[in-house]
Design a protein around this ligand. Structure first.
Ligand code: FMN
Length: 393
């Protein structure tokens, strides 16, 4: 039997590229316009260094922390990502992997699996919402997630409907039916492993969004139907953010904050946590990497709320860099999507093991007993690295 284990996230990425039909692969690569932001998210982590000790290191190291009241065996959370025809088990496979490795899972409202199934696979699930539709519709989605047992809400606000990519956008059908499958047959046949997985599961890739189903029991919208509704929804104000926060009785994260002034407004709106994030570079191109914006934001609001970061994390060392610079934990997107594409649930577990091992190595070299003891003195930050966005003097 072929060895399906991989040693790095880069190798998972290579396997995902080989195994997925090109349109599906490109949908995961994502990024917007020139890709300046997607590139910077990764490049910025390379600019930060370590200054390792060599003796007097600790045999016992504690990687555990919490985010929004949820214990994490190491400081990583699954970031929510929308409906993807990556693997038949989709978000349920990711949820199982996360549960097996003791971490929490963010579930996108644009996901392909119902929140009830995902919470059953991982009780540490945060449900993610955008500002889409009427207040009543949003309330219905929240209530459903609450009833299903979601332990936190993530509101993502950083989408600015920036679509074009210089390297071309994948053609994704409105919904996956037999006609769409026939049209994509060549792509499918060129990627037999991907096709075989769906054939074995007895299903075809589903591009509907079950978590956006209406309260009246009607059919769930397709991904593009839901996206159209989103584009037609008036943009939220800070009062809307405070309103949504009030409706959710439990921990609440605002995802996509890049500026100090917005972070302070988030505190005023009563959030539990923010994620310093630029949506993995899928949004407004030219936004700097979150790791550059993190130190100023953590300085300003880290004493009031929990600050996490997502964007560009590909190894355990990146996690330690972010935690040293003020994040409580990080969230990962593409890293687990590559693992899922490469080898399903086991591939996601493989990715989490790689990250965990990397966190442990880097923490060992700092000589600190716990990830919660990390601070900026554990990393080397070059002059001019940070970007203090939205600082009012
Ligand atoms: C294919 C794809 C789909 C995504 N869908 C969502 C989504 O539905 N909701 C959301 O809040 N973020 C979404 N994101 C953003 C991720 O949650 C996260 O911010 C980003 O992937 C982090 O960057 P990384 O991929 O470099 O780790 C998506 C990202 C990707 C790559």
């Amino acid at each position: 039997m072929a060895n399906t284990w991989f040693e790095t996230v880069a190798e998972a990425h290579r396997r995902a590229k080989k195994q997925l039909p090109r349109p599906v692969y490109l949908a995961l690569v994502a990024g917007s316009e020139k890709g300046v932001t997607t590139d910077d998210n990764i490049a910025a982590f390379s600019e930060v260094g370590f200054a390792p000790h060599v003796a007097g290191l600790l045999d016992k190291r504690d990687l555990a922390t919490t985010v929004m009241g949820q214990p994490l065996s190491f400081p990583v959370v699954i970031s929510p990502t929308g409906v993807q025809a990556v693997h038949p088990d989709g978000e349920v496979a990711v949820a199982r992997a996360a549960a097996n490795r003791g971490i929490a899972m963010g579930l996108s409202s644009f996901a392909s699996k119902p929140v009830e199934e995902v919470v059953a696979a991982n009780p540490q699930t945060f449900f993610q919402m955008y500002w889409v539709g009427s207040r009543d519709e949003m309330l219905h989605r929240m209530e459903r997630a609450k009833k299903a047992g979601a332990v936190g809400l993530i509101m993502t606000l950083d989408w600015s409907f920036s679509h074009g990519r210089d390297w071309g956008s994948p053609a994704i059908p409105e919904s996956m039916n037999f006609e769409a499958m026939r049209k994509n047959a060549v792509q499918g046949l060129l990627h037999p492993k991907w096709l075989l997985r769906y054939a074995k599961s007895g299903s075809i890739p589903d591009l509907t969004t079950p978590n956006l189903a209406p309260a009246d029991g009607g059919a769930a919208p397709t991904f593009f139907g839901a996206y159209g509704q989103w584009m037609g929804t008036p943009l939220p104000t800070w009062e809307d953010v405070a309103w949504l926060r009030e409706q959710w009785d439990g921990p609440f994260m605002l995802k996509g904050v890049m500026r100090v002034d917005d972070a302070k407004r988030a505190v005023d709106a009563g959030v539990t946590a923010i994620s310093v994030s630029n949506h993995g570079g899928n949004n407004l191109d030219g936004t700097p990497a979150p790791i550059r914006a993190l130190p100023a934001i953590a300085d300003a609001v880290g004493g009031d709320i929990e600050v996490v970061l997502d964007g560009g994390v590909r190894r355990g060392g990146d996690v330690v860099k972010a935690v040293a610079l003020g994040a409580r934990a990080v969230m990962i997107g593409r890293a687990y999507l590559w693992g899922l594409a490469a080898n399903g649930q086991a591939g996601v577990e493989n990715v989490l093991d790689i990250l965990r091992g990397g966190v442990d190595s880097a923490l060992m070299a700092t000589g600190k007993p716990s990830v919660t003891d990390l601070d900026p003195s554990d990393v080397v930050v070059p002059d001019g690295f940070t970007r203090a966005l939205g600082v009012t003097r």
